[in-house]
Design a protein around this ligand. Structure first.
Ligand code: 6PG
Length: 244
């Protein structure tokens, strides 16, 4: 039943606020239904998900969310110190983490101290410890939900064009040094993202219209074209992205 960027369902919602509200409601519904283990989310970085995280921090919403049974991982991170304006963790902490009662052990920051390669290996070990194996198994998704964004150059997470990480099919976490964006990054790899019940893309901004069309058509030059889920892949886009 796996789906990829070309076969996943597309939902055109009015704007970023509507997308954020939709995902917040959807995540709560799925988190409450998860009873056979932890609800494991890989959070997207960048600016698009900030509004979602702020909504999830709203007291009425946060009080309903089963944080004690939820593990929050990150899809990627810029290799900068915590507190840096480019830090996905810091953005998420400001918008969400510092406002909710979630056990510290359930928040899995991609460490950006020391060397990137070592940090990637350490994060992979953290994922494997929760998963219970060093091998990804079909039918046993690593993530319940992987949230992703899309760059206007077709990147997603920190899977950037022309980078060796696009060929990585064994590691779960790898480094990437984009040639068209700042910072060394840590990122989940294609196999790790594929090991999911749901991949949910949130895409806003008309500048992404052409990239989205190429990804949707499966253009192999676009890194996001190779994203798949062993479960379902869902596109949530605003009209300008879909050319409407
Ligand atoms: C990152 C993100 C990245 C992001 C896209 C879209 O660390 O930059 O993980 O993949 O999702 O670049 O970014 P915006 O949401 O800011 O448009």
């Amino acid at each position: 039943m796996s789906q990829d960027a070309t076969t996943g369902a597309v939902h055109i919602l009015d704007n970023g606020e509507a997308i954020a509200r939709h995902v917040a409601d959807w995540l709560l519904e799925h988190a409450l239904k998860k009873t056979d283990g932890p609800f494991v989310i890989a959070l997207s970085g960048g600016s698009t998900p900030k509004r979602l995280y702020e909504m999830m921090a709203e007291p009425d919403y946060a009080a309903k969310f089963p944080w004690a049974n939820t593990h929050l991982f990150f899809g990627d991170e810029r290799f900068v110190p915590v507190g840096d304006a480019a830090s996905n963790y810091s953005m998420t902490d400001k918008a969400l983490l510092s406002h909710i009662e979630i056990p510290a052990a359930n928040v899995h920051r991609m460490k950006t101290e020391g060397e990137p390669e070592a940090a990637a290996a350490s994060y992979e070990s953290e994922l494997q410890a929760l998963y219970g194996s060093t091998d990804l198994k079909a039918g046993k998704p690593l993530f319940d939900v992987v949230l992703l964004g899309l760059g206007d150059n077709g990147h997603t997470a920190s899977l950037f064009p022309r980078q060796p990480v696009l060929l990585e099919r064994t590691k779960w976490v790898a480094t990437c040094v984009p040639d068209d964006a700042p910072h060394t990054r840590l990122t989940l790899t294609y196999p790790a993202i594929h090991s999911s019940a749901y991949v949910v893309f949130m895409v806003t901004g008309g500048a992404k219209k052409d990239a989205w069309a190429r990804v949707r058509a499966g253009d192999p030059k676009e890194p996001a074209s190779t994203i798949s889920s062993e479960g379902k892949l869902i596109w949530l886009v605003e009209p300008a992205v879909a050319g409407k």
